[in-house]
Design a protein around this ligand. Structure first.
Ligand SMILES: *Cc1c(COP(=O)(O)O)cnc(C)c1O
Length: 426
């Protein structure tokens, strides 16, 4: 499946750079860290994407985990097209919003009340505002290496001390905007307990990726995740699970079903919109009651609950709620992971995985937090990415991202991928 050159993509990129900063609408798409010019997509179907040079790739990025059914699922596409035929936005309620909200709540019962927005960024932003409105407190605790969208006060990295007020990780964010954000190390129960001992009663909420996916896949220790729930309960802070990636991915009911921990608020995105811009935040009924028009916390959206996105989301959730869907995805993923373990054995590579998500870290030390992840050899990762691309496989283009197995990644495809990984790392 050797890949030819990409002259048309290269020309498209040059043209894009003349009008779009960096030529892309989201920075990682520029493929800078892997030293490659981006491919431009013509179309995608199942586990495959085709670029405008007509090269075909097995996709492991899957729009960053959106397509658990594979690209361009026939029924999802059909439902979206039908919805467009009835008009694509009204700014007036539709029953589709209620229908998808009910489906989300069936999967994630802790989302007793929920509201739709257009992106994961909006969902976390809104959940945090709700938590602050409900508790009357300001401090937000997040964990280093977790990503919750690009809102000002969330673009924070850890300060120099172990537990510190975060400093902005992006230019353009005033110091005062991050003064209520505290950044703690992931998977460190002691630091968390110590921080809460002293400051817990000032904390509005803790927001966490219950399995981190935005520093590469990093799985929480059981003890750590339970501690997060316990200390927030003890001190009257709310717990927000950011399940924008893990929702409908790690189980029908997301990470909270998988680990048996019930948060106060949850955000979902990616899968829930079936490939269209939709996300949701929700949780305890009494907490969500602070939202306008019932309560004093303002939040709104012109395209929120968009009928096309709702139709695609309803059909996607209908398909994943099918008996045995996650069992089969899990079986296939486990088989792949077991074989992958053998392929990388003794090669100085860490395999982090959970369900149908995995990351290969190019380091010989275990990766349990962001500091560990940053030790990975990015140049080696870049070579691996390029080698895989040459073999017709598009893995997520950064050491700090996850790869996603979908229903369309058959055992046969995964066999080819294993063979290619073996060649690529040698
Ligand atoms: C992708 C992601 C977001 C942001 O969602 P957008 O739709 O890109 O704004 C937030 N949190 C997590 C965990 C994510 O993976």
């Amino acid at each position: 499946m050797g890949i030819k050159e990409r002259p048309i993509s290269s020309a498209a990129f040059k043209r894009a750079e003349q009008v779009i900063p960096g030529g892309v609408d989201s920075p990682v798409r520029a493929l800078r860290s892997v030293g490659t010019t981006p491919l431009f997509v013509k179309e995608a179907s199942g586990a495959y994407v085709k670029d405008i040079d007509d090269n075909i790739y097995i996709d492991f990025c899957m729009s960053w985990g959106v397509f658990i059914l594979g690209h361009s699922n026939v029924q999802v596409r059909q439902k979206a097209i039908e919805a467009i035929g009835r008009g694509s936005s009204y700014g007036i309620p539709t029953t589709a919003e209620t229908e998808l909200a009910e489906a989300v709540r069936r999967a994630i019962p802790s989302m007793e009340r929920l509201r739709f927005v257009n992106s994961g960024t909006e969902a976390t932003m809104s959940a945090i505002r709700v938590a602050r409105g409900y508790t009357g407190r300001d401090i937000l605790v997040k964990f280093e290496g977790c990503y919750h969208g690009h809102a000002d006060h969330l673009l924070v990295s850890a300060g120099s001390a172990v537990a510190n007020i975060g400093t902005a990780s992006s230019a353009g964010v005033p110091k005062s905007f991050t003064q209520h954000t505290v950044c703690l190390p992931y998977n460190d129960t002691e630091v968390l307990e110590r921080y809460f001992e002293e400051n817990g009663d000032k904390v509005a909420a803790v927001i966490i990726e219950p399995v981190a996916c935005n520093m590469g896949v990093v799985v929480p220790d059981d003890r750590f995740l339970h501690a997060v729930r316990r200390v927030t309960n003890e001190k009257g802070a709310l717990l927000i699970f950011d399940e924008v990636i893990t929702g409908f991915r790690l189980a029908y009911g997301g990470a909270q079903e998988r680990f048996g921990i019930v948060p106060d608020l949850t955000t979902v995105g990616k899968i829930v919109g079936g490939g269209f811009p939709a996300a949701a935040f929700g949780g305890r009924r009494d907490v969500m009651a602070v939202l306008a028009p019932d309560g004093p916390v303002y939040q709104a959206g012109t395209l929120a609950g968009n009928p096309v996105a709702m139709a695609a989301g309803i059909e996607t959730l209908r398909q994943v709620s099918r008996q045995g869907f996650y069992e089969e995805l899990e079986r296939r993923s486990e088989k792949f992971i077991e074989r992958l373990k053998r392929v990388i054995d003794g090669k100085g590579i860490q395999l982090n995985h959970c369900g149908s998500m995995f990351t290969l870290f190019f380091t010989d030390q275990p990766v349990r937090n962001f500091a560990d992840a940053k030790k990975a050899d990015q140049e080696r990762f870049a070579r691996y990415f390029q080698n895989m691309l040459e073999r017709g496989i598009y893995v997520s283009p950064s050491q700090f991202e996850g790869n996603f197995i979908s229903e369309s990644h058959t055992d046969e495809i995964l066999d080819y991928v294993l063979k290619s990984i073996k060649e690529s790392i040698e």
